[in-house]
Design a binder for this molecule. Structure first.
Ligand code: G3P
Ligand code: CA
Length: 256
């Protein structure tokens, strides 16, 4: 499954726009992704969940309440609504009135809009809540000819390691990453296990700055590391010096 040690070291380090250029526009919206592309982000990072009628949608939380300006008091879960109902929520106005009318995007529409313009770092968020989410994602990537490692246009990642291991069977040619903020997941013994099915170990950036052996331990197992989430100028140089393989940031223009 490894991408191979030769490809671990790149001359140009990718900049990944976290939930789009979410430092400047509402997260996980077309507005934030458009801005990320304008800022020459190498990848857009986005979070995927599944509606009651099986549609893959781009939203970070399992409910709409934090990001939808017109959400009711009670919790509205993505898994309980059809895609048509979800479209009633405005996920732009709460950020700034200029973004009023932004909707929760379909993953398919995001792929159609940006394929060839940027690459995709797709996170399956809480996949344990959504039966068949891995299969639905695999089907979509295959349909858009994105399931081939030669192009490396897509990386899939999740905090759910079991889901990533399962994806490695469904999509053997797509680069995969585990997400964790826990240093206990980054021991040599744990990394050996992760290396059996994943290509990336993407962790909170403080784990890199606190442990100067981490990047080397990940590279020596044939994997890469793209830490998150960089939001301050002083956070960039230490990560570059540590030899990371990409930086996930809300501010892709500043990091570039
Ligand atoms: O891509 C890494 C990062 O997105 C993980 O955290 O909570 O922003 O999805 P979160
Ligand atoms: Ca994410």
């Amino acid at each position: 499954k490894s991408l191979g040690s030769q490809s671990v070291h790149r001359s140009i380090m990718p900049v990944i726009a976290h939930r789009g250029a979410s430092g400047f526009a509402p997260e996980n919206t077309i507005a934030a992704f458009d801005l990320a592309v304008q800022m020459n982000a190498d990848f857009i990072e986005l979070d995927v969940q599944m509606t009651r009628d099986g549609q893959l949608v781009v939203i970070h939380d399992t409910s709409v309440n934090r990001t939808a300006a017109n959400a009711p008091e009670e919790t509205v879960c993505v898994k309980d609504l059809t895609f048509a109902s979800l479209q009633g929520y405005d996920v732009g106005a709460g950020y700034d009135s200029v973004y009023e009318g932004q909707r929760i995007p379909l993953l398919e529409d995001v792929i159609k809009r940006y394929k060839g313009k940027t690459k995709f770092l797709i996170e399956l968020k809480s996949p344990e809540l959504y039966d068949g989410v891995e299969e639905a994602c695999a089907e979509l990537l295959e349909r858009y000819e994105l399931a081939n490692v030669l192009h490396e246009e897509v990386i899939l990642q999740s905090f759910n390691f079991g889901s990533v291991a399962y994806l490695s069977q469904l999509l053997p040619h797509v680069p995969l990453g585990v997400l964790t903020s826990r240093s206990a997941d980054l021991t040599n013994r744990k990394l050996d296990k992760i290396a059996a099915y994943a290509d990336y170990v993407n962790t909170h950036f403080t784990n890199v700055t606190l442990d100067d052996t981490l990047v080397g331990r990940i590279h020596s197992r044939g994997m890469r590391i793209m830490p998150w989430t960089v939001r301050a100028p002083g956070e960039v140089q230490p990560l570059i010096r540590a030899g990371v393989d990409g930086i996930i940031t809300d501010y892709p223009n500043y990091v570039r």
